[in-house]
Design a protein around this ligand. Structure first.
Ligand code: UDX
Length: 435
């Protein structure tokens, strides 16, 4: 790739920061990646990737000569005009996004007419305007500001970076917006260039809409259980309508992760703070909370009291192909099962390390079969491929009971039944009945 590509700074070394840094290095930019955790930066300098994300380690390795990791923001300021901000914006107790890390970056950037802040972190609509006000108060009016929200999904983040459905760039029609457009040009993606507030809202509204789609299909699944319909067939029929589409119509035990729960809450809170009661999002959140707990009711329906019962959870991460445990359904499930007196055995191919600090007093098994040992019920929590491919005769041989509760509607019902086990999914109509 030619050396003419714009060098960039990336502040933050989480999922978004690392993928953005590696992605732009791959496209030919020199990338100055800044983090505050000296240990993490040292590990990155040594070529170690602190998160599990398919393809990321390879992309970092292939572009190591263009990736410069440092704890000093000056390294980025010296070499790059565009400073991508990819720091965490976790939820606060009030449901608002915690912008302290974003504010720290704003304070650390000196007055300059040469630099621009490019916001990748998910921030409430209106943040760009308030940052511009703060910059003005600090005499940093010449610093440009661009909103460039990130839509990548964990587990396929590298692919998503290279093949985005769209690139959204909100700016004031200045050099910085032009430079960000230029950076993304090789990806040949649909471009939405707009104002800052609209770009910010695209991100929040997109995540809230997808979360709404999931809570909607989960409610349909719950109704299917009452009426005998199979939600998989229903979703198939609905999804063929181009206006609806197949994606994000997979019923299950609720959405988790670092974005949906946080962004839905943040949008609800943002609306509330400006005097608008966003009714729909209250329901989206409530349905999701209840959906995680319905698993307990299903177990009780088959097993009666859970006191002293052994329950095996397959998968802990909030979805497959990640070790991210943020807002994972497994956190609620393990706590509820333990509160009901059950013994819990768990296995996840990559999230165990993350999970150990979050989930106390469970047995971390060495593999799926070990987790199923002596279990009265096996619950699929995360649809890792290796669980979908399990030999159910072997699982049956290890279990004490017969129940398989498919929390993601991902398992082969025929194979499970052929192994003499009882199948129950989410919203599977007659398949949901005790057999
Ligand atoms: C999401 C957005 O998709 C992405 O655009 C944004 O940038 C960050 O948030 P991510 O959190 O990585 O990405 O995962 P995603 O694949 O969207 O799944 C989120 C949750 O929804 C998972 O817990 C998943 O299991 C659940 N889900 C997803 C369903 O329950 N049903 C579905 O049909 C799809």
């Amino acid at each position: 790739m030619s050396g003419a590509r714009e060098p960039i700074g990336v502040i933050g070394t989480g999922y978004v920061g690392l993928v953005t840094a590696a992605g732009f290095a791959h496209l030919g930019s020199e990338v100055y990646c800044i983090g505050i955790d000296a240990d993490k930066i040292a590990r990155l300098q040594a070529g170690e990737i602190p998160i599990y994300e398919p393809g990321l380690a390879e992309m970092v390795e292939a572009n190591r000569d263009r990736l410069h990791f440092s704890t000093q923001i000056d390294d980025a300021l010296e070499h790059a005009r565009l400073l991508f901000v990819a720091v965490g914006t976790p939820p606060t107790y009030s449901g608002d996004a915690d912008l302290s890390a974003v504010r720290a970056v704003v304070e650390a950037i000196p007055a300059s007419d040469r630099h621009a802040l490019v916001m990748k972190s998910t921030v409430p609509a209106g943040t760009g305007a308030s940052i511009k006000r703060v910059l003005a108060e600090r005499g940093k009016t010449e610093l440009a500001y661009v909103s460039c929200p990130e839509f990548l999904k964990e587990g396929s983040a590298v692919k998503d970076f290279l093949n985005p459905d769209r690139v959204v760039i909100g700016d004031e029609g200045d050099w910085a917006g032009d430079a960000v457009v230029e950076l993304y040009a090789p990806l040949d993606a649909a471009l939405v260039r707009t104002d800052i507030a609209s770009a910010e809202m695209v991100k929040l509204a997109s995540n809230a809409f997808l979360a709404t789609k999931i809570s909607f299909i989960n409610e349909i699944a719950n109704v299917c259980e009452e009426t005998g319909a199979d939600v998989i067939e229903v979703a198939r029929g609905m999804g063929l309508d181009e206006r609806i589409g197949h994606k994000f119509l997979q019923a299950g035990i609720g959405f988790g992760g670092s974005c949906f729960p946080k962004d839905v809450n943040a949008l609800k809170q943002l609306a509330g703070n400006s005097g608008y009661h966003f009714q729909l999002l209250n329901a989206v959140i409530e349905v999701n909370e209840l959906q995680k707990r319905r698993v307990i009711g299903k177990l009780q329906k088959h097993l009666g009291s859970l006191v002293g019962r052994t329950i095996c959870l397959l998968g802990l991460a909030f979805k497959p192909n990640t070790d991210d445990m943020r807002e994972a359904s497994s956190l609620v499930l393990t706590a509820r099962l333990q509160a009901d007196g059950a013994k819990v055995r768990v296995y996840d191919p990559v999230a165990e390390h993350e999970a150990r600090t979050l989930i106390p007093a469970v047995h971390f098994a060495s593999d799926a079969l070990d987790a199923a040992d002596g279990a009265d019920a096996v619950v699929l929590v995360t649809e890792w491929e290796e669980f979908v491919a399990l030999d159910w005769a072997q699982v049956a041989g290890r279990m004490a009971g017969k129940l398989v509760l498919d929390g993601r509607n991902a398992l082969d019902v025929g194979a499970i039944r052929a192994a003499g086990l009882t199948y129950e999914g989410i919203g599977r109509g007659t398949l949901t009945q005790v057999s």
